[in-house]
Write a protein that binds this ligand. Structure first.
Ligand code: ATP
Ligand code: MG
Length: 568
């Protein structure tokens, strides 16, 4: 490709709308442009990187025996009603009506459509196992689209669905997909970790997320420093601290004035008690109904765990009005003592051994001190509803837990018979009995993978593409487009590289060489060949490695051989 004929609008300025480095660099490198919130156009350079990821995925999925299909984006509401998700998916599902008034939606995922296909075609155990995948545009009306391709509304996903005769066969397929995912992300050149994960709205029982490790990641992962345990903090069980010294009440419960003090910091400072002796009272709406959650002042509520305990889909903090109606006090002074019996109260398990604690008094500007379960209030239901911390032991081996950040690029699930049961996708087993097909599903965010690769591989000058994802492997910087010897040498190297199947960009623009260097660094091409004055003086050109910045002089005739070696 000749740069002068390429569509590569690079930007010098850092775009104000971008918060994370991958988003900034993808805009600056002319890979993407925003159309509207969460909607992006892929420009040639961006699309080339996306195709690289797609090709690696295709290659590995095919090798694992999966078969590529392409399903419709628009899906009829009836299928979603059959699975029960029409009412449960929430606002991320974009619903529309066609000209006949038929309800449909834009596919955020394809469990319903694929299960419908398979229930009509698969008859017998001889048709199984089957693993079908597609690489396609999804639409999710995300509440907060951000970080460019990282969390778009319209985005490219690889989704695969497996169909097996029983749980054992699913276990084998799942294991194959797990290994396939490891190979895919290794081949992309990424530093990643598979972690145990929550199953969310997709459902099912076992799932793993594939996390690219990066400080800017939206997810937190609990990793053990001793064994190989790693889990999303949404899921990681938090230990219950042993009650030592044995919990025993020593104080009387008394009301204390805390005028205007609402936060943990304000109350602990005023009363001179540590945050771990405070009980935080959160009034929430669970599928629209108020519930109260209690956690220790130094712990954080884990909404995913609480949702599971309550068996609800939506959870949000209650508004001030609801808090006042329920507790008789404004936000900041709620507490479990004397709460109405009509509301369900769930306390974190770490609170069970707490005594003489502090909590809101359900009265404006007052807290209670010296509160004790049993004596002052009915003990509530104790469950694990908090976020694990680096002070908790590893749930598997008791080792030290580290909290790291990651970007979820892939997610695999064992679905079991959730969808086949609901939609009636069955097969006849060898004894002629009709049984539901056992399913799994496996997703990869293609655009998010490219963004994550940039998040992990960049410097102050720009992107440093891992070779397998680089849109071009080599850029030839022609220093002077008016010098015939230089032009000839650059053209020769260009043609020779093309002949070897190398993806190469020849920077033949009439630009200052400084501009050319800056662009080459920004767009992150792994190897640069600079054809300048030296080619006339000594017959040499420069090879520069983008990652290390190291430069070597090589004779023009042998530069292609040298480059091929380096790209191996
Ligand atoms: P998240 O928790 O980040 O919203 P998810 O659990 O909803 O992700 P899945 O339904 O498992 O995601 O989708 C499979 C993959 O699709 C994810 O692992 C992720 O890489 C990608 N993905 C999901 N939502 C988006 C989005 N809004 N923009 C870009 N990629 C996405
Ligand atoms: Mg999501």
């Amino acid at each position: 490709m000749r740069y002068s004929r390429f569509f590569l609008p690079t930007l010098k300025e850092v775009p104000a709308e971008a918060e994370v480095v991958s988003h900034k660099l993808m805009l600056r490198a002319g890979m993407i442009r925003k159309l509207a919130s969460g909607l992006y156009s892929y420009l040639p350079l961006g699309l080339m990187a996306i195709r690289k990821v797609e090709n690696i995925i295709r290659d590995e999925m095919n090798r694992a025996g999966a078969l590529e299909v392409l399903l419709p984006i628009v899906q009829p509401a009836e299928l979603w009603q059959e699975s029960g998700r029409w009412d449960h998916y929430g606002k991320e599902l974009l619903r529309l009506e066609d000209r006949h008034g038929r309800a449909c939606c834009l596919g955020p995922t394809h469990e319903e459509v694929i299960t419908d296909l398979v229930r009509k075609e698969v008859r017998s155990y001889r048709d199984l196992p089957l693993n079908l995948y597609q690489i396609q545009t999804k639409f999710r009306d995300e509440i907060r689209p951000r970080f460019g391709l990282m969390r778009g509304r319209e985005f490219i996903m690889k989704d695969a669905y497996s169909f097996d005769r029983d749980e054992e066969a699913l276990d084998r397929t799942y294991q194959t997909m797990y290994e396939t995912y490891c190979r895919i992300f290794e081949r992309c050149g990424l530093d990643f970790r598979p972690v145990e994960a929550d199953t969310g709205t997709i459902g099912g029982d076992v799932s793993h997320e594939f996390m690219v490790l990066a400080d800017t990641g939206e997810d937190e992962i609990a990793c053990c420093s001793m064994c190989n345990y790693a889990a999303n903090v949404e899921l990681a069980p938090a230990a219950v601290p042993p009650a030592s010294p044995p919990a025993a009440a020593v104080s009387e419960m008394k009301e204390v004035a805390t005028p205007g003090k609402r936060t943990i910091e304000e109350v602990t400072a005023l009363l001179n008690v540590p945050a771990c002796r405070l009980v935080k009272t959160l009034v929430l709406l669970a599928d629209g109904k108020p519930v109260v959650a209690l956690v220790r002042g130094d712990h954080a509520l884990n909404e995913v765990k609480l949702k599971r305990v309550l068996g609800v889909n939506e959870l949000s903090l209650a508004d001030g009005e609801t808090v006042r109606r329920l507790t008789g006090a404004p936000v900041g002074f709620a507490g479990p003592v004397g709460l109405t019996k009509d509301v369900r109260v769930i306390a974190d398990a770490a609170l069970e051994s707490l005594c003489d604690f502090v909590t809101g008094a359900n009265k404006e500007d007052y807290h209670l001190m010296g509160v004790n379960w049993g004596r002052d209030l009915e003990p509530p239901e104790f469950r694990d509803i908090r976020v694990i911390t680096s002070e908790d032991p590893c749930p598997r081996c008791g080792g030290r837990i580290e909290i790291r950040r990651g970007i979820e690029v892939g997610h695999i699930f064992k679905l079991g018979t959730k969808y086949s049961g609901a939609l009636g996708a069955t097969f006849l087993d060898p004894k002629g009995r009709q049984r539901p097909i056992v399913m799994g599903c496996y997703g990869i965010g293609v655009g998010r993978t490219v963004a994550a690769a940039i998040e992990q591989n960049h410097d102050e000058k720009g992107i440093i593409f891992p070779v397998p994802l680089a849109p071009f492997q080599v850029i030839i910087t022609l220093v002077n487009t008016k010098d015939e010897t230089m032009v000839q040498a650059a053209e020769d190297i260009y043609r020779e590289l093309l002949g070897h199947g190398v993806e190469v960009l020849l920077d033949d623009r009439r630009e200052r060489v400084g501009v050319k260097f800056k662009d080459a660094e920004l767009i992150g091409i792994p190897v640069r060949i600079t054809v300048g004055k030296k080619v006339k003086e000594t017959g040499e050109v420069e090879i520069t490695q983008r990652a290390s910045g190291r430069t070597a002089l090589v004779r023009a005739e042998s530069v292609v051989k040298e480059v091929l070696n380096r790209l191996k």
